[in-house]
Ligand binder design. Structure first.
Ligand SMILES: NC(=O)c1ccc[n+]([C@@H]2O[C@H](COP(=O)([O-])OP(=O)(O)OC[C@H]3O[C@@H](n4cnc5c(N)ncnc54)[C@H](OP(=O)(O)O)[C@@H]3O)[C@@H](O)[C@H]2O)c1
Length: 221
């Protein structure tokens, strides 16, 4: 299959590219920094330089034509303020949905976040985190509302760079927890292989269940 990953230089994105390329899938990564091109090539992915905050539906959709799925793996990142939560975590994710529809790509995997909620209440102690949860929640709501898309919303707990364990807990609400980015990437690959997960939103942390089993049970649940 051909998969286009928005935010292709992100940590989860690079691991996912490596997994998909290794099994023979074709991967393209949308990145904004040309200096990152070789990092993508090392994973087997084709780099496409494109700033998701400074582009158009027409440009993005031109790079999605012929793809079987898109993955939104971008994020404004921990050093950013509230404004970029809106322009990346919300608006770029919605742009990818618009472009996917325009290009005729129906499968959309969203890396959201545990606690994402467009109606997150104010918290003066951490207004940037509130903006982040609202932006992620709003994007999830908008993507789910697209009847043309077969979307799966994956909401990990706190990400770590620990080695993957291959064991996770997946549920509508898992409770708080951590998960290695490597395991999130493996779950994304398993979800791509389970089209029955379209329309589902789930939280994801480390657990005791093999990834394949956890995703399969989600698909029939
Ligand atoms: N940190 C956590 O504990 C946590 C928990 C749950 C969910 N998440 C979410 O999980 C997702 C993936 O996390 P991660 O750690 O793999 O992400 P990451 O390493 O921070 O990567 C995010 C990528 O998005 C790219 N990006 C930002 N703005 C862009 C733009 N305008 N155009 C194109 N690309 C752009 C960045 O590119 P540059 O390198 O050029 O900046 C970066 O490569 C994120 O959405 C994050 O919010 C995080």
């Amino acid at each position: 299959m051909r998969v286009v990953i928005a935010g292709g230089h992100g940590k989860i994105a690079l691991i996912t590219s490596r997994l998909l390329s290794a099994r023979g899938d074709s991967v393209a990564g949308l990145i904004r920094n040309p200096a990152h091109e070789d990092d993508l090539r090392v994973t087997g992915a084709e780099p496409v330089v494109l700033d998701l905050e400074d582009t158009t539906n027409g440009v993005v959709s031109s790079h999605l034509r012929g793809a079987d799925a898109v993955i939104f793996a971008a994020g404004a990142g921990p050093g950013s303020g509230a404004a970029r939560k809106e322009t990346v975590d919300r608006d770029a994710a919605v742009l990818l949905a618009d472009a996917a529809e325009a290009a005729g790509v129906q499968r959309y995997l969203m890396i959201s976040a545990m606690g994402a909620d467009a109606n997150t209440p104010d918290d003066a102690a951490d207004d940037v985190f509130v903006a982040y949860l609202r932006a992620k929640g709003a994007a999830d709501d908008l993507i789910r509302s697209r009847t043309e898309l077969y979307a799966t919303i994956v909401r990990p707990g706190q990400l770590t760079d620990d080695p993957g364990t291959g064991k996770v807990a997946i549920a509508e609400h898992t409770g708080r927890g951590k998960i290695p980015r490597a395991d999130v990437a493996a779950v994304l690959v398993a979800v791509l292989d389970a089209p029955q997960t379209a329309g589902q939103t789930f939280e994801l942390i480390s657990g005791d269940t093999d990834i394949e089993v956890a995703v399969a049970s989600l698909a029939v649940g």
